[in-house]
Each structure stands twice: as structure tokens, then as C-alpha cells.
Design a protein around this ligand. Sequence first.
Ligand code: HEM
Length: 184
Amino acid sequence: MWKNTDEGYGRIARLLHWTMAVLLLGLCGLGFYITTLTYYHPWYRIAPDWHRSLGMLAFLLVFVRLAWRFYSPPPPLQAGLAPLEKLAAHGVHLALYGLMFAMPVAGYLLSTADGRGVDIFGWFTIPAYFPPSKGMETVAGKIHLILGILLVALALLHALAALKHHFINRDNTLKRMLTGPTSH
Ligand code: HEM
């Protein structure tokens, strides 16, 4: 099943969710790794190039994901959740979408603060739309770091909640994101 149903996520939503989960957590790991690299390290230039290119890909994917979500709405939350649990689940999902959007924007502003565009895998360059600014580099850099820490913390909370539903509540929350709609 390609589209979402009331019982679970379809193939496209699952593919987008897990591709983006790996991509975003990988980007966070790579981002923290980059901060440890010294000038003479062989990855000093390659790692940020990959980070920028993959970050812009993640930015594109969030629009594809939102468009697909609009076209094929997600299933309602698992039945039987307390109102506070529903609020928490929706709040975390919304915050994760916000971060998926804001992280690349801050990354773009940080990368282009020296007036240079963002080179994408050596294929083409996204131009710098703002004049060079040291102030923008500092502010965008701080925001990018704080959002990255928030993303990792929220994704961890989100993953722990999914595991709690699977192993403690023994409901379909994780299954319907792993294998799609399931019969009870
Ligand atoms: C790596 C471990 C992860 C696990 C085990 C996991 C698990 C899940 C599950 C089970 C759902 C469905 C929840 C439901 O139906 O009520 C879900 C939805 C969602 N996940 Fe994850 N997830 C993970 C990582 C991430 C990451 C890294 C992000 C983004 C940064 C993310 C963003 C979302 C969003 C936005 C939804 C809501 C989708 C929608 O209904 O539009 N997840 N996740």
C-alpha cells in the first residue's frame, strides 16, 4: 500500500520517515564530528562539503514529505491515548517538522555568511542570497548548534516513546511505521 490508511503509514510515508531519520541523525553526528576536526585532518574539507550537500537534500525532502502528508494524511494516533499523551505526541511531531525545516535554513545562512554559495556534490551551486556578514555567521552558527542539540534530544524522546508503546503497551504504534497497516 503506497498511501496512508487509518490503520497505518503507507510505503511512501515510511520510506520518507526512515530515510530522513537516518539522514538527519547522520547529519547531526557528522556535524558534531566536524567541530572536532583540525585544519590538517584529511576530512577537514570533505566532511563539511558532504554535510552541506546532504543538509540541502534534507531540506528538499521535508517539502516532499509535507506535500505527501497533505495529499495522503497520516493515520490518527493510536486509540486509547490519554489527552496529555496525544498533546505530547502531536507537539513532538510538530516540533520535529519545525526543526527539519529550521535546521537547514540556519545551516544555509551559516554556510553563505562569507558570501559564497553552497556547492551540492560538485554538481551545482545554490547561490548566496545575502551579503557577507560576520554577525550572521555567529548568530546562524549558534542557532544551528542549539537546533541540532534539540533535534537529537527530541528524536531520542520520540524513539523512546515508540519503544515504550511497542514493548510496554504492546500496541501497533511502532509496527504501523515499520511494516505499515497491520491487522490487530
Ligand atoms: C530513530 C528512531 C525513530 C523511531 C523509532 C521513530 C518512530 C516513529 C513512529 C513509530 C512514528 C509513528 C507515530 C504514530 O503513529 O503515532 C513516527 C512518526 C514520526 N516521526 Fe519518527 N521515529 C524515529 C526517528 C525520527 C526522527 C529522527 C525524526 C525527525 C527528525 C522523526 C520524525 C517523525 C515525525 C515528524 C512523525 C510524524 C509523522 C506524521 O504523522 O506526519 N522520527 N516515528
